[in-house]
Design a binder for this molecule. Structure first.
Ligand SMILES: *Cc1c(COP(=O)(O)O)cnc(C)c1O
Length: 390
């Protein structure tokens, strides 16, 4: 008999009643150190007191009004995002895949309104993940996402990751946009080289194609910069954000330049919940905390500490791990043992990690993780690795 919850997830037998910072707690009081953070969502930890205060204060005033009216909380968050980034304008969504939908629509409407309606082709990369909507799965293209869900939205093709010559050949004056994650998350914490991102930017500039970055997982301070593309010294035309921006409240956004957004006039797009006062009040607080230079410096310092300890872990367990990659607090342990074995052995040591493609175990801790928690986490991963060697 089918479970009352649609069984689309293979769930671990873990269930938490509450959280505190980097910890999740089960009903019997057992505590788990959370290096997954809701897959990079709980950027400021669980039940963050400042966020809880903002959320409950807003809940006592106004939860929801339609986008038919002015929403000052939404305006404030949009202003903060515009002030801190390349963007001139922001649309709020409830999730990453809805941000993908708008990014794709915006790119196609751009060319339609430039009298090139045939210019619909969007280039993406093998191993990409852009969410589970029809546009998101067509964009990623992998059979494990698309099989059985046809007919797929046309106009997407996937390039090999990190092949600059293939990019050069593929980006033409027929390309509407290129869509890429600066660091693939689901794909196995695969960073695109800064040189490749720069080359993509140049190819887009030469051909007029729009550059769309998916920073749903790698954005909002995760890599030690507010957005990951800042490391490469380039700017996109359109950017998708979600996950960390709400700190656990469902919130996403599409950021765009005035040029890229020019065709999105009144009536061309909408969302009932997107940008509602609850989400945006929380998002504004997250943004205030995460965009602070001292906060980002701390993320970088802690990322260095974690990475150094992980190098030691890998050296001590050559039959389990072969390396670590990623940036900031978005790190992937490249496994020799099956990655699910590592994730399960880590559960047994009460530390939560997340599997990814390419036999990688992802570490996406809250950005607020402490030095002591980093030491504790790596000690537990060490015990997990040892248990697999036994
Ligand atoms: C999670 C994720 C998405 C999809 O976000 P949802 O909120 O699950 O729809 C899209 N892109 C990337 C890079 C992601 O990590």
């Amino acid at each position: 008999m089918i479970s009352s919850v649609l069984p689309t997830y293979a769930r671990a037998p873990l269930s938490f009643t509450h959280g505190e910072g980097s910890w999740l707690v089960e009903a019997d009081g057992s505590r788990y150190l959370d290096l997954g953070a809701g897959i990079g969502v709980n950027a400021l930890g669980h039940a963050n007191p400042e966020l809880a205060q903002v959320l409950s204060a807003q809940a006592g005033k106004l939860w929801h009004v339609s986008n038919l009216y002015q929403i000052p909380e939404q305006q404030a968050l949009a202003d903060a995002l515009v002030a801190a980034t390349f963007a001139d304008t922001v649309f709020f969504t409830n999730s990453g895949t809805e941000a993908c939908e708008l990014a794709v629509k915006m790119a196609r409407k751009y060319w339609f309104d430039k009298d090139q309606p045939e210019r619909i082709e969007i280039l993406t990369f093998e191993g990409a993940f852009h969410g589970r909507s029809s546009a998101g799965i067509a964009a990623a293209g992998a059979e494990k996402l698309t099989k059985g869900f046809g007919p797929l939205l046309p106009g997407f093709s996937q390039l090999p990751f990190g092949d600059i010559e293939a990019m050069r050949a593929a980006v033409t004056d027929k390309t509407a946009a290129v869509l890429v994650e600066p660091i693939q998350g689901e794909g196995g914490i695969r960073p695109m080289a800064d040189a490749d991102l720069k080359a993509l930017r140049e190819l887009c500039d030469e051909t007029g194609a729009l550059l769309i970055l998916d920073e749903v997982q790698c954005g909002m301070g995760r890599t030690g910069r507010l957005f990951a593309h800042e490391w490469a010294g380039i700017n996109p035309d359109i950017m998708m954000v979600a996950k960390g921006i709400g700190g656990g409240f469902p919130l996403g956004a599409v950021l765009a330049t005035e040029n890229a957004a020019f065709a999105m006039v009144a009536g061309t797009h909408g969302s009932t919940y997107g940008g509602n006062p609850l989400g945006c009040a929380v998002g504004a607080k997250v943004m205030e905390i995460v965009s602070d230079a001292d906060f980002l410096a701390e993320v970088n310092r802690k990322a260095g500490l974690l990475r150094q300890k992980l190098e030691g872990l890998i050296a001590g367990h050559p039959d389990i791990f072969t390396g670590v990659r990623g940036n900031g607090l978005m790190l992937g342990l490249i496994c020799k043992a099956p990655n699910m074995d590592v994730v399960n052995a880590s559960y047994a040591q009460h530390v939560l990690t997340v599997p990814a493609a390419d036999n990688v175990v992802r570490l996406l801790p809250p950005l607020t993780i402490t030095d002591d928690e980093i030491s504790e986490a790596v000690a537990r991963l060490d015990a997990a690795a040892t248990s697999l060697e036994g």
